[in-house]
Design a protein around this ligand. Sequence first.
Ligand code: SME
Length: 149
Amino acid sequence: MFNALRPRVSSIIETNNSPETIMQKICDLLKSEVPHYDWVGFYFKNGDKQELNLGPYAGAPTDHTTIPFGKGICGQVAESNENFVVPDVKAQDNYIACSITVKAEIVVPLFVNGENIGQIDIDSNTPDPFTQEDERFLEFVNEEVAKIL
Ligand code: SME
């Protein structure tokens, strides 16, 4: 599945659309093609502020359009610069719930010139669905997106 999706992500990157439109198309593609991806979105650092703002996303609207660094899974990744895989969101103390249907989450940081400027965030309604294949695929997606930012 991921091997078939990689070239489709690259094709979207190569279009002449705005970064906003490109990221929206990637969110839509991932949500529709990966059965265990139920919400797909990008968060980006808000200038010099220690907070993240929601960017393009696919899935249910969320109240959490701004997340302070250190808060929730997203805020922790903003500080750790590392992937965060959560097999069971109920087992996390520092977690911001967006929907009661969500069972698991993965957040992968997005680097531009070595700087962690944002992240891709996936919520899943399936328990413990994420493997290293998801991590490698989402790292690839972020490397592709970094080219147009
Ligand atoms: N669950 C995230 C908040 C963002 S929503 O999943 C869209 C977190 O704990 O950071």
